[in-house]
Write a protein that binds this ligand. Structure first.
Ligand code: URA
Length: 433
């Protein structure tokens, strides 16, 4: 078989056979197929697409390109969640202990933040002592013992995706639905969980800008997961505005604790309850309404927060810092961002707030950058709230005062004002099962 013929076949709109897809994935992962031919095929897939059968094969081949975690010891209690990424998205920090408190086995490998989006691993590292690297046996034993373990992406999982994603990033082929589907689902398959709940975001801070595009992606991922023998559900949620109020690593840990302690019942709480209920419904084979009652109960009776402390302590983190926020990193500069006028807040653009948080030190412009765990933004207002001229809308946290002017400029672009209260838009657009 020649790679030239595989490219030509797809370029002309043909359907790739299982053999052709396997030849490409194996050859590219092992170095036998050069970047220029792989990028030509990605571009052909971008324009010509792939049908469900081709996407299943591509996903399976990518999942099998490296190690695959064996979670058979958990039976069908293993459960994973994946968010397509956003601003202020700290749902894993809340959902993982809730689900573990209710009997699920949450084994999760999370990523780091890049650009305007945050990453769970960076958030967890804001907790003094928390170890994001565990050996495979430590990881599995911890999940067996307490029901939850969350680490960074490690080992030789999906090397095909690592190479392909880096290539797509520089060849304008990221936003192709079959390529995103196979990239995300191959990692989920290799990570081994039987049950998978996907949080597919749409809006300014998300990859998919409209709910309709997010729905196409979500349906594709659910079908592919099911085609590979997993139980999958997808929640489509808005990322037009940051989720919750805090953006930035230590700030998001504090907010997750507040939700788990039952002190915060907002958009963040709603998305977390929806995700956790879907996970529990799959794990315990119960109706979603019953699962939701259990999820809310685990927050109200404190068992989910106790589980978070147990989890953090098991991974070497200072669980006391979850009770006493003085023990978490804190910024030396806290600067107010005030409203220039009276009126309503009509919008807070998630992407621009994410940019402002990155400028303050909470995120990375490139993979090599270091981050300041204390940096970020606390929003005191959300769309629909009234404001007075000079009233504080947000507080900017940083350890480097020189970053304030550019962060203020990004915030000025992020926050929109008007005379009329904006129409409410749904937070959860649809659930796909
Ligand atoms: N996230 C991934 O892991 N892969 C993609 O292709 C896009 C988003």
């Amino acid at each position: 078989m020649r790679m030239y013929d595989v490219i030509l076949h797809k370029r002309n709109g043909g359907k790739l056979s299982d053999e052709q897809i396997r030849f490409f994935v194996d050859g590219y992962t092992k170095g036998g197929i050069p970047d220029y031919q792989a990028s030509a095929l990605c571009m052909a897939i971008y324009f010509r697409g792939m049908d469900a059968e081709e996407t299943v094969t591509l996903t399976k081949c990518m999942a099998e390109s490296g190690d695959m975690l064996d979670l058979s010891r958990f039976g069908d209690l293993s459960v994973d969640k994946h968010s397509t990424g956003g601003v202020g998205d700290k749902t894993t920090l809340i959902v993982a202990p809730v689900v573990a408190a209710l009997g699920g086995k949450v084994t999760k490998m999370s990523g780091r933040g890049l650009g305007h989006t945050g990453g769970t691993v960076d958030k967890l590292e804001a907790i003094p002592g928390y170890r994001t690297t565990l050996s495979e046996e430590e990881f599995l034993c911890q999940a067996e013992r307490i029901g939850v373990a969350v680490i960074g992406q490690s080992g030789n999982l999906t090397p095909a995706d690592k190479k392909l994603y880096a290539l797509r990033d520089v060849t304008a082929t990221v936003d192709s639905i079959p390529l995103i589907t196979s990239s995300i689902m191959s990692k989920k398959l290799a990570a081994g969980s039987h049950n998978i709940v996907l949080d597919v975001k749409y809006g300014s801070g998300a990859f998919m800008k409209t709910p309709q595009d997010a729905e196409i992606l979500a349906k594709n991922m659910v079908d592919i997961g099911k085609g590979c023998g997993r139980s999958v559900a997808a929640v489509l949620s808005s990322m037009e505005t940051p989720l919750g109020s805090n953006i930035g690593n230590a700030l998001e840990i504090k907010e997750a604790v507040n939700v788990l302690k039952g002190k915060q019942r907002d958009d963040l709480y709603e998305v977390c309850v929806t995700l956790a209920s879907r996970m529990i419904s799959l794990v315990r084979h119960i109706d979603v309404t019953e699962a939701e009652t259990l999820v809310k109960g685990a927050i109200d009776d404190g068992s989910a927060f106790e589980k978070m402390k147990e989890w953090v302590a098991a991974q070497g983190g200072d669980a006391e810092s979850l009770e006493d926020f003085e023990l978490l990193p804190s910024a030396s500069v806290i600067y107010p961002f005030a409203s220039p006028r009276d009126g309503f807040i009509t919008g807070i653009d998630a992407q621009r707030v994410g940019d402002a948080a990155m400028i303050l030190g909470a995120g990375r412009a490139s993979k090599e950058d270091s981050i300041d765990p204390s940096a970020g933004i606390v929003l005191l207002k959300k769309p629909g709230d009234t404001v007075r001229e000079g009233e504080v809308v947000a507080r900017l946290h940083t350890c480097d005062v020189r970053r304030i002017p550019s962060a203020l400029a990004a915030m000025n672009e992020a926050v929109r004002y008007g005379d009329e209260k904006p129409a409410e838009t749904p937070l959860i657009y649809k659930i796909i099962t």
